[in-house]
Write a protein that binds this ligand. Structure first.
Ligand SMILES: Nc1ncnc2c1ncn2[C@@H]1O[C@H](COP(=O)(O)OP(=O)(O)O)[C@@H](O)[C@H]1O
Ligand SMILES: CC(C)(COP(=O)(O)O)[C@@H](O)C(=O)NCCC(=O)O
Ligand SMILES: [K+]
Length: 246
């Protein structure tokens, strides 16, 4: 078994890979006081992994906590922590400083190139919305970063006197009450961003969505998309030896 860990700016996601097949993802809020305790209990209940592969765009302290926990639970376990680089698995990073591209974006691009071959636009709708374009030959063209839906709504609530934070259902219609106006406006901002990014390219790209708001965004886009919440995990698996071994 290989333990795969994706540490975003909002949540920790982890899963187990057996013979290359991913189990359901466990999502955890790492800001909860009892998070280390709960994670340790979870990890005590699973078979000892041969390898632990981690991707983190969050604080170092959290990564260190997880590395220490894995080492304490499974002494001698092999830890794999990929970093963004110029090229990997036939994907060429477009960034002028390749190591500065978020490793979650880098791994998602590698997974997209492998599992969704062709000209592809990869959108991760998490804390931030990231949009990356990759050509069928593995050439990354670059990307875009915007606040995610939660951050858009939070910044309105935090910086205005009259606007509340609301988590009601959103759609892209015109609203007649404040909460819906915020929910729908921010959802349309995200949908419009993705649609505009695609429309401004000189040719068509297939769209692959991931992240906590990926499903919701997919339902409100005017263009077809594939939702795959496991892109970072699939990218991590590339870096693991004996990917197919149990
Ligand atoms: N149960 C949930 N808990 C937290 N965020 C959620 C949940 N369901 C949907 N979301 C949305 O998903 C976003 C986080 O997505 P995620 O992919 O986990 O982010 P990150 O990779 O940045 O940690 C939040 O900003 C929020 O809008
Ligand atoms: C853009 C991000 C904050 C997205 O993180 P996430 O929303 O997945 O938590 C992360 O990929 C990151 O820190 N990137 C480094 C800067 C860059 O990619 O240009
Ligand atoms: K993201």
């Amino acid at each position: 078994m290989i333990l795969l860990v994706d540490i975003g700016n909002s949540r920790l996601k982890w899963t187990q890979a057996e013979a290359g097949v991913l189990k359901p993802t466990i999502f955890m809020d790492y800001r909860q006081a009892d998070f280390p305790e709960r994670l340790r209990e979870f990890w005590l209940s699973i078979p000892a992994p041969k390898q632990v592969a981690m991707a983190s765009v969050s604080e170092n302290a959290l990564t260190i906590l997880l590395v220490d926990m894995a080492r304490a639970l499974w002494p001698g376990v092999e830890l794999i922590m990929p970093q963004s680089s110029q090229t990997a698995f036939d994907v060429k990073n477009a960034y002028t400083e390749p190591e500065k591209l978020g490793v979650d974006r880098w791994l998602a691009l590698q997974a997209a190139h492998r599992y969704y071959p062709g000209d592809t636009c990869v959108v991760d709708c998490g804390t931030a919305i990231t949009i990356d374009f990759i050509e069928s030959d593995g050439r990354h063209l670059g990307g875009l970063i915007s606040p995610g839906l939660f951050l858009m709504k939070k910044s309105l609530a935090d910086n205005t006197a009259a606007l509340p934070f609301s988590e009601d259902q959103a759609d892209t219609s015109l609203a007649i009450v404040t909460a819906a106006a915020i929910n729908n406006g921010t959802l349309l901002a995200a949908a419009g961003l993705v649609e505009a990014a695609l429309a401004r390219q000189p040719k068509a790209y297939q769209l692959v969505l991931s992240g906590g708001d990926g499903d919701m965004l997919a339902r409100h886009l005017a263009v077809p998309s594939i939702v795959d919440g496991g892109l970072v995990f699939k990218g991590l698996l590339n870096y693991c030896r004996n990917e197919n071994a149990s």
